[in-house]
Design a protein around this ligand. Structure first.
Ligand SMILES: Cc1ncc(COP(=O)(O)O)c(C=O)c1O
Length: 422
């Protein structure tokens, strides 16, 4: 069945096209707007109230209206039309889990510069990490090198295998420069090192790792490179071919602004045969359909995948480069402002190649939870407590004005301390 006739068949389930504004959907900004007018207009695509400021994309991104609409309309439509489903293979499904989802995989592949067959749709980074950690053959004593700043969703599959089978998981500290980081990995590698498994951008501090150099190092020494891109896809440009990694996984419900429960896993074509399927259903051993055998997890929610696809479309319409420039501009403004505030400390790395749109910072005399609460209670600014400070993630729905409000409040708190009630 062609894509056109499939859409015709679905009728009420059709997702609104990005070009034609659905009723109530804010118009896309004109091309001739100034930079700040453009982003102010983009802010209208989001439904967080204007008096609330959201800086916690690292945990969960805010969905644009187009994404919300795609999910809700499909969800409602599929509930109404469920009886139309004849379950013939040439007609669409009403759920996810038993089809290769080639359209979505093609769009994700275009986003990260891969081929559709190399990309599996998962639910999150944690699944991607587990499919890699449990999918490769390792013997007792074989080593996997990581950083000491892995999120549990980038680490625990390796820990499980280490405990169960005796492979060795080695976390390394992250240095202050790309050279230091590469040197540490290089020095820790031995003849038993099979994998370098590390984040593209770390979770708590937002450190950008020298991914390309680490992947090259792995290749030179005959090891695999698996990259945790949970914090990268939708924040910075990702080109898996250029990075040279063997596998890459992400949680696009963060920076790509997809619905919670959206994941992607890329495995380079020539590495797929060496990777066992971890979750098995009918196509688990289908070696001819690329990464489809990594999508064998039973019934899933197709409405969420419609939202996932709308999020990829939304991002593509903006362009990865433009998004990256904007978020880095906002984060640079924040870090520059914090430098001017006595008593403020930035815990993220300061080397320009290691900085991202995420800044972990604090104030002398306040712990992270206090600072988080002050920002929320006084100004309805949402950051997340993290270690001694807070983690602040600047995304496209944030503005220079919002960054400046954080800085003004930080200055006040640094001078006068916390409120009595706080
Ligand atoms: C670097 C990194 N990896 C993995 C994860 C886990 O993500 P998820 O819960 O979506 O699987 C996170 C979540 O914050 C993360 O920051």
């Amino acid at each position: 069945m062609s894509e056109l006739s499939r859409r015709g068949f679905l009728g009420a389930l059709a997702v609104p096209a990005m070009t034609a504004a659905a009723p109530g959907l804010p118009p896309w900004p004109d091309a001739n707007l100034s930079e700040e007018e453009f982003w102010a207009s983009i802010r209208q695509q989001f439904t967080i109230p204007a008096h609330e400021t959201f800086f916690n994309t690292c945990t969960l991104g805010a969905m644009p209206r187009a994404v919300q609409d795609a999910v809700i309309e499909h969800f409602r439509g599929s509930a109404v039309t469920l009886a139309h489903w004849d379950y013939r293979p040439e007609n669409p499904d009403w759920f996810a889990g038993y089809r290769p989802q080639l359209e979505l995989r093609g769009k994700l592949a275009a986003l990260i510069h891969a081929d559709a067959e190399e990309v599996a749709v998962t639910q999150n980074a944690t699944l991607g990490m587990n499919f890699l950690a449990h999918g490769i053959d390792l013997r007792p004593g074989d080593e996997v090198l990581s950083t000491d700043q892995e999120h549990p969703g980038g680490r625990c599959g390796w820990e499980l295998r280490a405990k169960r089978e005796g492979m060795v998981w080695k976390p390394l500290p992250i240095g202050q420069s790309p050279e230091e980081i590469v040197r540490a990995f290089s020095a820790a590698m031995t003849a038993r090192t099979r994998v370098l498994a590390f984040p593209h951008i770390t979770s708590a501090l937002g450190v950008v790792l020298p991914v390309k150099r680490l992947c090259a190092l792995a290749r030179e020494r005959g090891a695999l490179s698996f990259v945790d891109g949970a914090q990268a896809v939708g924040q910075v440009r990702v080109d898996v071919r250029d990075l040279g990694c063997d596998a890459y996984y992400s949680s696009p419900h963060k920076w790509l602004l997809a619905p919670a429960g959206s994941g992607l896993l890329y495995v380079r074509r020539d590495r797929l045969p060496g990777l066992w399927t971890t979750l098995a259903s009918s196509e688990w051993d289908n070696q001819k359909a690329g990464a489809y055998r990594l999508m064998q997890y039973g019934t899933g929610n197709l409405s969420l995948l419609k939202g996932f696809e709308a999020a990829v479309d939304f991002h593509a319409r903006l362009g990865s480069q433009r998004v990256e420039q904007r978020v880095m501009f906002l984060a640079g403004r924040l870090r520059a402002g914090l430098r001017e505030i006595p008593g403020a400390a930035v815990y993220s790395r300061l080397h320009p190649e290691l900085t991202s749109a995420t800044t972990n910072w604090g104030l002398r005399g306040l712990n992270g939870a206090q600072l988080m609460d002050e920002l929320w209670n006084r100004e309805r600014i949402r950051v997340r407590a993290s270690g001694p400070g807070v983690r602040q993630c600047c995304h496209i729905y944030n503005s220079p004005l919002e960054v400046d409000r954080v800085l003004a409040l930080a200055r006040t708190l640094a001078t006068h301390g916390v409120s009595k009630s706080g």
